[in-house]
Design a binder for this molecule. Sequence first.
Ligand code: ITT
Length: 202
Amino acid sequence: MSTRLLLATRNAGKLAELQRLLVPAVPGVEVVGLRDVPEYPEAPETGATFEENALLKAREAVRYAGLPAVADDSGITVDALNGMPGVLSARWSGRHGDDAANTALLLGQIADVPDARRGAAFVCAAALVTPDGAEHVLRREWRGSVVREPRGTHGFGYDPVFLPTGLTVTSAELEPAEKDARSHRGQAFAALVPVLAEVLPS
Ligand code: ITT
């Protein structure tokens, strides 16, 4: 029987990125999603850091599904908001996963902040937990700034308002492969791949 690896996310945008990043990187491993395992209740993300939340989600997936699991906790940290929304990015407007409302609220909050002080970073913590209790977590950032009007149709979440440092397009205007090559998630999961190769039974 082939080794199975569970991608423990309920976010469709993230799931698509994780599949692109991990399926080619772990040949011989069957990568499955939450729709492939019996449904289980989602615990609240109570951690104070991206790392803690990523580990919580991966541990929970292992506990219910009994498979090695990877999880992602991510968000945008805005300098002018002292690092918020941070771990609260998914529910910033009060409604979990409402990308349009979350983005509109963020733009309104920093409407008067001048261009020179609109710095931000996407942050991703990638966690791997196995049924025998091994745990790994690592974090990567992608620096940029927040533009004033959404631009682009690719990606998800805050992508239409995030202008990566060194580019003239938002991350929602990048082709998927171009985003993967630079992004917080692309970097975090690229760093996790050697760990996966070592930890998963072949
Ligand atoms: P899971 O916990 O099930 O994985 P979630 O959407 O609740 O899904 P998070 O708690 O990690 O995930 O919240 C991440 C939020 O941060 C997400 O809703 C986006 O708004 C934002 N975000 C993270 N990565 C992003 C990216 O690459 N591009 C745009 N927005 C991103």
